[in-house]
Design a protein. Structure first.
Length: 181
């Protein structure tokens, strides 16, 4: 069901973009252009490529603060993934939503690195992977992901849940640690 919705939405976006006449673009007023660029800025931290280091690609998806947003990110990213997520206790309200990620975790995710409590991830995905790691800092998460990844793997920071820290702060922290490698 979710795959169908994503494919339909993607097709509509591509159709809409293809239908834009370049002459109409030239007639846009500067205020409209400014609004467009503001929208692009809001896209930061949403499946944003950060760097490729020794064959490992780093992707910042800090804006994904729900299991469904992370589902879309995992669905979109090709290849094997080291997933960095915000940690959570098993009793959280959205725990049942994480079950929707099981098929993608099984097929794509090589390791899950939890920033904080890993209980939710162990309970939900522990039968699919024994490679669930709990860390306390973004620096530790990025290092574990990088040094445990094979060439052509993707390191995806997609929190999947709120933790009280803004997505901008977490996204910038992720980028900083990647650039420090």
């Amino acid at each position: 069901m979710y795959e169908t919705i994503v494919k339909q939405a993607s097709e509509k976006v591509h159709t809409g973009l293809a239908g834009i006449d370049s002459s109409k673009l030239k007639k846009l007023r500067s205020a409209h252009l400014k609004a467009c660029f503001n929208l692009i800025d809001e896209m930061r931290h949403k499946l944003e490529f950060v760097a490729r280091i020794k064959g490992v690609s780093f992707i910042d998806d800090a804006a994904s603060r729900s299991p469904m947003s992370t589902w879309y990110a995992l669905e979109t990213v090709d290849g094997k993934v080291a997933w960095i997520a915000n940690g959570a206790a098993a009793g959280i309200a959205k725990a049942s939503e994480f079950k929707r990620l099981r098929a993608l975790v099984e097929s794509k995710v090589r390791m899950i690195i939890c920033l904080g409590d890993s209980e939710l991830y162990v309970n939900t995905f522990g039968d699919l992977t024994n490679n669930i790691i709990q860390v306390e800092t973004m620096e530790e998460a990025v290092h574990k992901a990088f040094y445990s990844s094979d060439e052509n793997m993707k390191v995806l920071f997609s929190p999947a849940i709120e933790n009280g820290i803004s997505y901008e702060t977490q996204g910038e922290s992720f980028k900083h640690e990647v650039n420090e490698l």
